[in-house]
Design a protein around this ligand. Structure first.
Ligand SMILES: Cc1ncc(COP(=O)(O)O)c(C=O)c1O
Length: 435
């Protein structure tokens, strides 16, 4: 044991964990403490966290209201009971989410992750419609299991070509590199709707189960269509009863600022929504909220042993209450506007920035070879390292791995926005200087 402890953690990580489990930074960080929007690593260095555990620490770290609810549950001695027994906070959380969803006669099923939520949604839709045909968007990501990998629209995350469903990909989610990207909003929407109609005619046998969309593509680099596209899609889907699933794993809980659910910007209520990440503020919880008739369509038993367990639902209920009581959606809108304005200023002075996009506190900067649209993934590595050196943690992503993703906790303050912009400005300038 003593010998093992002499070995650097990074070497032990690499020896025992999968090669495909990527770590950020040339010299990876071990986070050992956190408070507010700041994390501290094992060397004692503190960083402002603008990726928040991949949008999961939506409220921030060490929030007394949430920690208190978790501690109270621990004090009961009950960490787990299974859903074979009634769980009060499980029911209360489901009631709250059903109400917030806006879906008529909504019912909720809890899982432990976004992947499981989307697997459940796909199973519900395919059973309800008695069809194995699914529509999804190019550049999409919905999770890491067979159904969800099967519908992925991003080569970098397609770990298998096997799929339990037959998939057709449509245009729309990634406007910057879309063949319709040069069109004004209304024409872009019309072109994508036309493409959807053609995909239905040419790649399906007509009885499609569902379309699943991310209102803002997360892994895909915070890319999104103009508001209204998914409403226009729904009109086409409704002609033949195809269900619309909105994957709100990244866009839910007010993060986009203007709406509580990302899909609401498209003036449409989906039949099904999936969620995870931010709800638990770090606890493992996800789920599906769906029309009651869709949710109840299984005729066989189904269960998630841990899904909606007493600890996760106690913490998630406290997190959701905190989020609503403190209008974190409003704060995401305000701080997002300030951050977005600052990013546009940085972009104006630097041709390595090809695109600044996103909504609320889900903003991205796409890096390109100066003066072109050629993706520059090396520039994204530079920005990651340079921001870290200035005490800021950011995310990376996009189809070409050349997008910087910013998604801090929604409790962010003005001073923290300005601090991050200062670090980002220097980091982007360093790319221009070839560092
Ligand atoms: C939009 C979206 N859906 C689903 C998932 C899968 O969630 P999980 O990693 O919790 O399984 C992710 C994860 O990043 C995601 O971004």
């Amino acid at each position: 044991m003593a010998d093992t402890e002499q070995i650097p953690l990074i070497d032990r990580h690499r020896a025992v964990l999968p090669s495909w489990l990527a770590l950020y930074y040339q010299d990876p960080i071990e986070i050992t403490r956190a408070e507010g929007r700041r994390v501290t690593d094992s060397t004692g260095t503190t960083y402002l966290d603008f990726f928040a555990g991949i949008l999961t620490n939506a409220i921030g770290y060490d929030v007394p209201e949430i920690s208190g609810a978790i501690r109270r549950q621990l004090d009961t001695g009950v960490l787990h009971t299974s859903t074979l027994y009634l769980i009060r906070q499980h029911v209360e959380l489901a009631e709250k989410i059903a109400e917030l969803s806006g879906i008529p006669d909504a019912k909720v099923f809890f899982t432990n992750s976004g992947t499981e939520a989307n697997e459940t949604a796909l199973m519900l839709a395919t059973q309800f419609r008695r069809s194995n045909q699914v529509l999804t968007l190019r550049n999409s990501y919905h999770g890491r299991a067979f159904g969800t990998v099967g519908i992925t629209g991003n080569r970098g995350w397609s770990t298998s070509s096997l799929s339990p469903v037959k998939v057709s990909h449509v245009h729309g989610g990634y406007r910057y590199r879309s063949p319709f990207g040069h069109l004004p909003d209304a024409d872009y929407v019309a072109a994508c709707v036309e493409d959807l109609r053609e995909v239905l005619l040419t790649t399906t046998s007509g009885d499609v189960a569902c379309m699943i969309v991310e209102p803002i593509q997360g892994v895909g680099g915070f890319s999104s269509p103009p508001d209204g596209l998914f409403g226009a899609f729904k009109e086409v889907l409704d002609e033949t009863g195809i269900l619309l699933i909105s994957d709100e794993v990244q866009t839910g809980w007010g993060r986009t600022g203007d709406h509580f659910w990302g899909i609401s910007a498209h003036r449409v209520t989906p039949d099904v929504m999936t969620f995870a990440k931010g709800l638990g503020n770090g606890l493992a919880i996800g789920g599906v909220v769906a029309r009651g008739d869709v949710m109840d369509c299984f005729t066989a038993n189904s269960i998630s042993t841990f899904g909606g367990n007493p600890l996760a639902t106690a913490g998630a209920k406290a997190a959701l209450d905190y989020l609503l009581d403190n209008d974190l959606q409003g704060n995401a809108a305000k701080m997002g506007a300030r951050l977005s304005a600052g990013l546009h200023d940085i972009a104006a002075g630097n041709p390595v920035v090809g695109d600044v996009r996103g909504k609320g506190l889900m903003l991205a900067v796409e890096l390109v070879e100066p003066g072109t649209r050629e993706p520059d993934p090396a520039a994204a590595v530079t920005v990651l390292e340079q921001t870290r050196a200035r005490g800021l943690l950011v995310g990376k992503g996009g189809l070409h791995n050349n997008v910087i993703r910013l998604a801090p906790p929604m409790t962010l303050t003005e001073d923290e926005v300005d601090e991050a912009l200062d670090a980002l400005g220097h980091a982007v300038a360093a790319v221009g200087e070839g560092e």
